[in-house]
Write a protein that binds this ligand. Structure first.
Ligand SMILES: [Zn+2]
Length: 49
């Protein structure tokens, strides 16, 4: 399982993904206190780490 991090501040979001997860077009607001930016969670199909 991998954590989803905010690309702006690096805040670790309360979300986890499995290695096989594929995602796009899903937006979430960063929970970081000084951030609060909305970013897209993009997990391309071929990205397997
Ligand atoms: Zn953030």
């Amino acid at each position: 399982m991998q954590k989803i991090k905010c690309p702006y501040c690096g805040y670790v979001m309360p979300l986890t993904r499995t290695k096989s997860a594929v995602c796009r077009g899903l937006f979430i607001k960063c929970k970081g206190r000084r951030c609060g930016r909305i970013f897209e969670i993009k997990i391309p199909e071929r990205e397997i780490k």
